[in-house]
Design a protein around this ligand. Structure first.
Ligand SMILES: NC(=O)c1ccc[n+]([C@@H]2O[C@H](COP(=O)([O-])OP(=O)(O)OC[C@H]3O[C@@H](n4cnc5c(N)ncnc54)[C@H](OP(=O)(O)O)[C@@H]3O)[C@@H](O)[C@H]2O)c1
Length: 356
């Protein structure tokens, strides 16, 4: 910041159109007056998700397209240090290490839907690609004590979604003896791999890249299947499970492109978690596929704040260290970070350090 009286800092904002190239850099942003329910945070690190790409390219499915996102600070994920709290804030104090939660003004156990993804941080509310931020206290949780700011900044969107996928359905939490299938090496899938391994499950992963396969194995995947060279990867992965019984949980991030194979891989009474749609467009898989394969298909949107707190406790108890991509970007390099994400060149999470 320039001075206490006239604090300025750097941030990015979303353009009206033009995609990644049109993202705007502002080196003289100011915080404004702290309101009673707000918390000032020095944001140390942010991470980007597929969501950020969709937003900068012009919208999210199932959301209010008439609402403008121009001028909003993008990014839902961030971690930093509380510098001041408003008079109504009791759960945070200066010096606390915090992580952002996407969804403001909702109870701890509120299960978000797609419209909330639009209304949240980085789309209709200022997000995390800035050095300092004023946040409503409901958009923050305490950070795990065992993580760096860079690691903690991976938890907001993809981390919480992975957590919910594995542990969000009461009575069906993943544990020892379970087999879990994760797809590709993006943020959701690698977090799901790490959480499932930490819970004692056996994990099979898919990828299109032999180089990334090595890293999946090092993180604990017992087998890796190449979904490009093995088009019937669902059946192939199923063949790795005991007696060909299938997976207890498949975390599906590819949508119509992958759900057909996911139901081939699932066991009787298993759960296919419909978490994403990164695979591209394909003929939709009929809902009756659940009947034919005797399974549950469970759609999820990120998770609740209560689940976030549970995830933080788990990360601390099991000392899970979220995997980061090889390249960490600086605040001026945000467009390059988006381009790397867009090319799917990354492994797990692309992180941006917001201060030198
Ligand atoms: N439900 C929710 O609340 C929620 C939350 C977060 C994300 N999502 C969704 O989940 C999806 C993943 O998000 P993310 O942030 O983890 O993305 P990401 O980090 O950008 O993931 C990129 C990776 O996805 C993999 N991939 C692409 N097409 C694939 C396919 N056909 N089969 C298997 N893997 C494929 C690739 O892995 P390889 O390079 O290894 O092949 C690629 O590197 C997106 O659709 C996103 O919108 C949903």
């Amino acid at each position: 910041m320039a001075s206490q009286n006239n604090p300025t800092y750097a941030q990015w904002t979303l353009p009206a159109s033009g995609g990644i190239d049109a993202l705007q850099f502002d080196s003289a942003a100011t915080l404004g007056r702290l309101l009673d329910d707000e918390v000032n945070v020095e944001i140390r690190a942010a991470s980007v998700n597929y969501r950020e790409l969709v937003i900068v390219k012009g919208g999210l499915p199932g959301t209010n397209e008439s609402s403008s996102q121009q001028g909003v600070v993008p990014g839902s994920d961030g971690a930093g240090i509380v510098s001041a709290v408003g008079s109504n804030v009791t759960n945070f104090k200066p010096g606390d290490r915090v992580v952002t939660h996407i969804f403001p003004h909702v109870p701890d156990d509120y299960k978000p839907v797609m419209a909330d993804v639009s209304a949240g941080l980085g789309k209709e509310m200022d997000g995390t690609l800035r050095q300092y931020g004023r946040f409503h206290h409901t958009t923050l949780v305490h950070a795990p004590e065992n993580l760096t700011f860079e690691e903690a900044a991976t938890l907001t969107c993809s981390g919480l979604t992975a957590w919910n996928a594995l542990f969000g359905l009461r009575g069906r939490e993943v544990g020892q003896g379970d087999w879990v299938l994760v797809q590709g090496t993006g943020g959701v899938s690698v977090a799901a791999l790490q959480f499932a391994v930490a819970a004692g499950a056996t994990v099979v992963a898919t990828t299109s890249s032999e180089a990334k396969a090595d890293r999946l194995r090092r993180l604990g995947a017992t087998h890796v299947v190449n979904y490009k060279t093995t088009p019937e990867w669902g059946a192939s992965a199923r063949g790795l499970t005991p007696d060909n019984r299938g997976f207890d949980v498949v975390v599906d991030v590819g949508g119509d492109m992958t759900l057909g194979q996911s139901v081939q891989a699932i066991r009787t009474d298993g759960i296919v978690v419909a978490a994403g749609l990164i695979g591209g467009s394909a003929e939709p898989v009929p809902m009756m596929a659940a009947l034919f394969n005797h399974c549950t298909v469970r759609g999820i949107i990120a998770g609740t704040r209560a689940q976030f707190d549970d995830m933080v406790k788990f990360v601390e108890a099991k000392n899970v260290k979220p995997a980061l991509d090889d390249v960490v970007f600086g605040i001026r390099d945000v467009k390059d970070a988006y381009r790397r994400l867009d090319k799917q060149a990354h492994f797990s999470k692309i992180v941006i350090r917001l201060h030198a």
